[in-house]
Write a protein of this length. Structure first.
Length: 254
């Protein structure tokens, strides 16, 4: 099946340039199960088997753990063409509560948990979800680098980082992807996308539709095209919990 908006190489796989963000496949406040688990499962199946999306982005913090369990239940065993990316380094204590937690022992335990929930021996792509300012940045990145050497993480990415942090991380890892917030509503990080293009790093915009604000009145396609036109390294991950909305979104890009 032809992927929407073509393909891009991320973490050693040629995947759809438009992926699927899964934060919305939870309850209110990104907490607990979605109201309709069946609809969430159908959306994941449709994304892969009907729409040609082969890049799924998640995090252990979504639920927490809810979406990783859901992905395994619906998509495992994973097709070779599918990239399942996850993130670690965020502590959840309640709905809408997010606390960066980058202690090496916590990151290591989080990776082990993601491996079990996703049902794999090695994570395709694992991001440091946030830089925890209480822990030296290179200690956090270095923990993921160590897990990569142990064969538990294939590729390491960074989320919500500056260009200076990308450069610093690159002293201990090959940065496989950078995932930052970027949309027409919040365009300031376009400079980081351009920087990543120069470094040969895929740039993954999260919240590309401005948390839904840019999806009104048919604006979603325009918002995604704006991102795709920033450079061939840009691969947005729009999210939705509605299979019909996903169908409309993808059909407009094919």
């Amino acid at each position: 099946m032809k992927p929407p908006a073509g393909t891009i190489s991320i973490a050693g796989k040629q995947v759809s340039r438009v992926g699927l963000g899964t934060m919305r496949l939870t309850g209110p406040g990104t907490w607990g199960d979605p109201a309709d688990v069946g609809a969430a499962a159908a959306l994941l199946r449709d994304a892969i088997h009907e729409h040609g999306i082969t890049h799924i982005d998640t995090a252990d913090a979504y639920g927490p753990h809810t979406v990783e369990h859901l992905i395994r239940s619906v998509l495992h065993p994973y097709p070779d063409r599918l990239l399942v990316a996850t993130k670690v380094g965020m502590l959840r204590t309640g709905p809408n509560e997010w606390t960066p937690h980058g202690h090496p022992a916590y990151l290591r335990a989080s990776v082990e948990g993601s491996l079990r929930r996703l049902g794999v021996d090695c994570l395709d792509l694992c991001y440091l979800h946030r830089n925890d300012s209480r822990v030296p940045f290179l200690d956090q990145v270095g923990t993921l680098a160590a897990l990569q050497k142990e064969g538990k993480v294939a590729h390491v990415g960074l989320s919500k980082v500056t260009t200076a942090e990308i450069d610093l991380a690159a002293t201990v890892i090959t940065v496989a992807a950078v995932q930052n917030k970027l949309s027409q509503a919040l365009p300031d990080d376009a400079r980081t996308a351009e920087y990543c293009r120069g470094e040969g790093i895929p740039y993954i915009p999260y919240a590309p539709l401005g948390a839904g604000a840019l999806a009104q009145d048919g604006g979603a396609h325009k918002a995604l095209r704006w991102l795709l036109d920033l450079g061939e390294n840009v691969a947005p991950i729009p999210g939705t919990s509605n299979p019909d909305h996903l169908r409309e979104l993808v059909n407009g890009l094919s």
